[in-house]
Design a protein around this ligand. Structure first.
Ligand code: ADP
Length: 171
């Protein structure tokens, strides 16, 4: 029987943006099974709890899984990424690359991860031109300043961000 290619796409997803969704769609066309790993200890003091971030992802991946026929699972992850990948049977880590600003950090991560576990390959994907510049951090900044976040998110996620930002502004 042919070996199944399992990919792990890790991130904070705080919240999931159209950029993330673009990468998930591309990843789902490459691997047989995709695990979207949601960082538990992000150190980034997220706007949304782990449960909320997973819930948003569940909603967006369902139609992608159906369309591509790829099994997509959402998991909270912690600890060393390469260890998690190995334990979950993933042989590749998927990352999205935006501008040169991502490159430095990602380049170092690839080197470190390759040394920690040479059997795990990192694969970089690029979102379509209109989604390349979207970053969760900036979406939150826009939302907190009362800007329109609907350009960068699905309508459902935009509604959640608007509510959360209004709550935060009212504090
Ligand atoms: P962010 O960097 O936006 O806070 P994450 O930590 O959740 O997001 O990112 C998870 C992965 O998704 C990273 O590999 C990141 O580079 C990638 N990514 C996020 N947004 C985009 C985008 N607009 N285009 C391509 N890749 C992206």
């Amino acid at each position: 029987m042919a070996r199944k290619l399992v990919g792990l796409y890790p991130g904070t997803f705080d919240p999931t943006t159209l950029g993330h969704i673009d990468i998930i769609k591309r990843g789902a066309r490459i691997v047989d099974k995709l695990i979207v790993g949601v960082g538990i200890n992000t150190g980034k003091s997220p706007m949304f709890s782990l449960a909320e971030r997973c819930e948003m992802l569940e909603e967006v991946v369902a139609p992608i899984a159906e369309k591509t026929g790829t099994e997509i699972t959402i998991r909270g992850i912690e600890g060393l990424l390469v260890d998690y990948a190995e334990q979950s049977g993933a042989s590749i880590i998927l990352r999205g690359l935006r501008a040169v600003t991502d490159f430095d950090y990602e380049f170092q991560m690839v080197g470190m991860n390759a040394r920690l576990n040479p059997d795990i390959e990192t694969v970089f994907l690029t979102a379509s031109e209109k989604h390349q510049f979207i970053a969760s951090r900036l979406v939150k900044e826009v939302g907190l300043m009362g800007g329109d976040v609907r350009h960068f998110l699905t309508p459902e996620i935009a509604a959640r961000v608007e509510v959360r930002c209004a709550e935060m502004r009212a504090r």
